[in-house]
Design a protein around this ligand. Structure first.
Ligand SMILES: *[C@@H]1O[C@H](CO)[C@@H](O)[C@H](O)[C@H]1NC(C)=O
Ligand SMILES: *[C@@H]1O[C@H](CO)[C@@H](O)[C@H](O)[C@H]1NC(C)=O
Length: 356
């Protein structure tokens, strides 16, 4: 009983700490209305988009009939699905009417060994000055995955088509792991270079992408950002943060929300802790060691693993051919006019038998 009382007290303190607004009030911010407010429901919806973008059957993805394309994302209409074969990247843009938003989702790495990818993260350099932002350094590889591939033009074009047709929708950008890094660059690009308003970014288990100067630009420009971390997930710990070299180290942007379990014996509680405005709250993910890859692969109970590891190829059948385009490098995209009716291929899939 004594244990239990202490546990309840501990949980109470955690909640008090997590949800007290005292810290936030100290922060003065120009865009006070855009302060990121963590919304659990929205997180559980967006994580399903971050999961679906891993699917490799493009027919099922484009028609939103894949095994991960249901539940809270039901009714989503993809208008652009982009596969950069050269760099093994995948992203989609579509409209979620229930959110009144354009949703953009980026796939994480499809490398055959997540272990190798994670080990490489230790050595990533701050080797690119973010254009137009003095002293802001980022990792070239993460930057280029969004900025120097077929993803960016495809996404920008699709966002424009969605806005032309639907009017001024919110824009929600999401992704897991490396896809979270790309989501952050995309949210920043839309805000800075395309004057998009109402951009929100929510990432799951993303690595650090830039230095403290980058973070101060980023958090001013895209304040509506939530960076979810989970338990001992190793990826948010990388590339490393060196507190002794504050001007030289990678630095996370806010606002972290750390998911973890607190419990004793059979009493386990899930805590979603909203962290401080620094991005490097020492009482959140950083309070534990990053030792887990399995914590990296499931967020909110949703599977964020790629289904076709070791494969960057295209799986597609002829029914969506008319929407497809391939460039000379072999990169591929499926595009749809938002004004044209939603694809009704589900019945065909049933009639045509299982091809997955
Ligand atoms: C949280 O997000 C959901 C889904 O977008 C929305 O319906 C709900 O109103 C939001 N809650 C708050 C408090 O903003
Ligand atoms: C963009 O990619 C091309 C080839 O993929 C490369 O030659 C070029 O240097 C890259 N540019 C930047 C700014 O990274």
């Amino acid at each position: 009983m004594g244990h239990r009382r202490r546990l309840i007290l501990a949980i109470f303190i955690v909640f008090l700490f997590a949800f007290s607004s005292g810290r936030e009030l100290k922060v003065t911010h120009k865009h006070i209305d855009h302060r990121p407010i963590y919304n659990h429901t929205l997180a559980t919806i967006l994580v399903e988009y971050a999961s679906a973008v891993y699917m490799s059957d493009l027919t099922e993805l484009f028609t939103w009939t894949c095994s991960r394309c249901n539940d809270l994302t039901e009714g989503f209409e993809i208008i652009e699905l982009i596969i950069d074969i050269q760099h093994c990247l995948q992203a989609f843009v579509g409209v979620a009417k229930n959110l009144n938003a354009v949703v953009i989702a980026f796939r994480g790495t499809q490398e055959h060994s997540i272990q190798n990818w994670v080990e490489d993260l230790f050595w990533k350099q701050l080797d690119l000055n973010y254009p137009g932002m003095p002293d802001a350094m980022v990792h070239h590889g993460f930057y280029s995955a969004y900025h120097n591939t077929t993803l960016r033009p495809g996404i920008l074009n699709a966002v424009k088509r969605a806005k032309d047709y639907y009017g001024d929708l919110d824009i929600m950008v999401t992704g897991h792991s490396m896809g979270g890094a790309m989501a952050a660059f995309c949210g920043l690009d839309l805000t800075v270079n395309h004057k998009a308003k109402n951009v929100m970014v929510m990432t799951f288990g993303q690595p650090r992408i830039g230095n403290a100067d980058f973070v101060s630009y980023y958090s001013r420009l895209v304040p509506n950002t939530i960076r979810v971390t989970n338990g001992h997930d190793i990826v948010p710990h990388l590339p490393p943060y060196y507190s002794y070299f504050p001007q030289k180290t990678y630095h996370h942007f806010p606002r972290e929300v750390w998911l973890y379990n607190i419990g004793l014996g059979s009493l386990v509680y899930r805590v979603e802790k909203v962290c401080d405005v620094t991005g490097e709250d020492p009482t959140c993910s950083r309070s534990v060691s990053g030792t887990s890859i399995s914590d990296h692969l499931i967020y909110y109970g949703i599977d964020l693993r790629g289904k076709a590891l070791n494969s960057c190829g295209i799986v597609m059948d002829s029914r969506v051919n008319e929407y497809g385009r391939t460039d000379i490098q072999g990169n591929f995209k499926l595009s749809r006019d938002p004004a044209s009716p939603i694809l009704k291929l589900k019945t065909d899939v049933n009639a045509g038998g299982n091809h997955g």
